[in-house]
Design a protein around this ligand. Structure first.
Ligand SMILES: NC(=O)c1ccc[n+]([C@@H]2O[C@H](COP(=O)([O-])OP(=O)(O)OC[C@H]3O[C@@H](n4cnc5c(N)ncnc54)[C@H](OP(=O)(O)O)[C@@H]3O)[C@@H](O)[C@H]2O)c1
Length: 385
């Protein structure tokens, strides 16, 4: 039996993870859960999975949360860190959204636990520190993102030195065929309707701007140790091929399945084993045509900005991430337009003085600075509208 903790159990990945875990109740025991504000769902999860501990991060929600369970209820970031480092825990699944995931990810690897990571923001902000610490402790950082899970599976076909390039596929989001002019008028409702995946709000907006793919390029760089000039992005609207690896002899290995996050979650939970699942099997005679095209980085500059941040190195990816989080939040609150997101990220990145070889404090300071700068830029955009 493995004891697992799910940070962000009330989110899209968190809920899918609990469903996968319930298919393997003979192998896993849920030791801890966490929510921010959705305490109604957390209560249901506590009743069903009876974890030893649960965390409510939002203070007001914590105060309202009933304390009449056998489950110990903890609060805030300290609670998340305690859960991640609990001595009985074997595997932590980080399904939190945003930069709040960084400290729990670091706490997990520092305490010598395996980490299954959906929270790509941790790797974007501090990939070098996180992977470095996991290696030092002899622990795994297992991807949950479908693209990175696909790459991990494709990489089994050869040695690291035989890898030519990684090809991350992207659905292209809901606005693939819109003109630049049309993008300026996009509403929050339109941006939240993804053609393929049902996900949390932040990643859905990131998918629409292609920032999600940019964050994934950075994530792939740290997870697989491949330089950015050998990580490419290809638009594949049907989302059947989840990513590919080209080896030096020209052979391309692709991982295919119907788009469903339960498969990459199961792969991460059971890695390196493959176990029967009742996921719908892929019938290529029924998927229709599979198509591929190059991303339009002029129409979707966020992808290029992510490559640029990775090239700048040091604290730049943390700044890209923080500015993007602030801009996406402002867009969701109808404060700025859809195309303002990229402008705010670009301007924030331009004003940043990169600190190379950053320690955790440098990264947290850069995150704080970028948030302040991006907020000021959002106010300017708001005034202009
Ligand atoms: N969804 C997908 O299909 C998918 C695919 C690949 C990768 N990912 C990545 O997985 C991560 C989670 O995505 P998601 O779509 O599952 O997000 P989501 O549905 O918005 O869920 C986020 C989770 O984090 C919690 N949370 C939000 N703000 C928090 C805060 N300030 N402090 C502590 N907890 C907080 C939420 O709690 P409450 O609900 O209680 O507020 C919820 O449990 C992201 O990094 C995303 O990029 C997602």
């Amino acid at each position: 039996m493995k004891n697992v903790v799910i940070l962000g159990s009330t989110g899209s990945i968190g809920k899918n993870t609990l469903e996968v875990l319930s298919n393997f109740a003979d192998r896993f025991s849920v030791l801890g859960l966490s929510a921010n504000t959705n305490i109604r769902l957390l209560e249901e999860q506590i009743k069903r999975f009876r974890p030893k501990m649960a965390v409510v991060t939002d203070e007001e929600s914590f105060q309202r949360f009933p304390q009449n369970y056998d489950t110990e209820i903890l609060w805030g970031m300290d609670g998340l860190k305690r859960l991640a480092s609990h001595p009985e825990v074997d595997l932590v699944i980080n399904a939190l959204v945003g930069s709040v995931g960084l400290l729990p990810s670091l706490e997990t690897v520092k305490s010598g636990k395996n980490l299954a990571i959906a929270n790509k923001e941790s790797l974007v902000m501090a990939g070098e520190l996180l992977i470095g610490k996991a290696k030092e402790k002899g622990r795994e950082v297992l991807p949950i993102d479908s693209e990175h899970s696909a790459i991990q599976q494709c990489l089994l076909s050869g040695k690291k030195e035989e890898v030519g390039r990684l090809i991350l596929t992207a659905s292209g989001g809901p606005f693939l065929r819109k003109s630049r002019e049309e993008l300026k008028q996009i509403t929050v409702k339109e941006a939240l309707s993804h053609p393929i995946w049902e996900m949390g709000k932040k990643i859905t907006i990131d998918s629409a701007t292609l920032m999600n793919k940019g964050l994934e390029v950075i994530e792939a760089h740290w997870l697989f140790g491949i330089p950015s000039d050998r990580i490419e992005v290809m638009i594949h609207p049907q989302s059947i091929i989840h990513s590919m690896v080209e080896f030096v002899d020209g052979s391309v290995i692709a991982q295919m399945s119907l788009p469903n996050m339960k498969l990459p979650i199961q792969y991460a939970l059971l890695y390196p084993q493959r176990v029967f699942s009742n996921n719908t099997s892929l019938d290529l005679t029924k998927t229709g045509q599979l198509t591929f095209l190059e991303p339009d980085t002029e129409k979707f500059p966020c992808l290029g900005l992510a490559y640029k941040a990775l090239e700048m190195g040091g604290t730049a990816p943390a700044v890209l991430n923080a500015a993007n989080e602030v801009a996406v939040e402002a867009f969701l609150a109808c404060g700025i337009g859809f195309t303002d997101i990229q402008k705010i990220v670009q301007k924030t990145l331009k004003q940043h003085q990169v600190k190379l070889n950053p320690q955790l404090d440098d990264i947290l300071n850069a995150d704080k600075w970028a948030r302040q700068t991006a907020k000021e830029l959002c106010c300017e955009s708001e005034i202009k509208r």
